[in-house]
Design a protein around this ligand. Structure first.
Ligand code: FES
Length: 139
């Protein structure tokens, strides 16, 4: 594949979120933290959520990884804000990739990292707050 083909494989939105990622950084006393990694490529992602009245009020991330991992981290933090925890659990890696205008097939696994980080953060939130994984009783 020529260099120009590789560039054209990424949507403008992917490039924009890679260059100007939203919600990067630490969160003080988050309600849930998700740490995930891909053993094959070695990329790692941390996602933090703040939950108020079962709604994700804020989300931040730190990603040591490829451009697609950074763009999908950025997008997933944007997608979850304002959603209930149960709604956020329904966000799939495909939804994240679609919100970015698509990813090349070889980079779809990067969006899986974003979905896994979100699930891990929600799981952590529910464990800390004593809620079940099914979200019964609150979220
Ligand atoms: Fe590892 Fe993208 S290459 S997450």
């Amino acid at each position: 594949m020529a260099t120009t083909d590789v560039w054209s494989a990424y949507s403008e939105k992917v490039m924009e979120h890679f260059r100007n990622p939203r919600n990067v950084g630490d969160m003080e006393n988050p309600d849930g933290i998700g740490h995930v990694g891909n053993a094959v490529c070695g990329d790692i992602m941390e996602l933090y959520i703040r939950v108020k009245d079962s709604v994700i009020a804020d989300a931040k991330f730190k990603t040591f990884g490829c451009g697609a991992a950074i763009a999908t981290s950025s997008m997933v933090t944007e997608l979850v804000k304002g959603k209930t925890v149960d709604e956020a659990l329904k966000i799939s890696n495909r939804a994240v990739a679609e919100a970015l205008g698509g990813l090349p097939p070889i980079k779809m696994h990067c969006s899986v990292l974003a979905e896994e980080a979100l699930r891990a953060a929600i799981d952590d939130y529910r464990k800390k707050s004593g809620k079940t994984l099914e979200g019964r009783g609150a979220g």
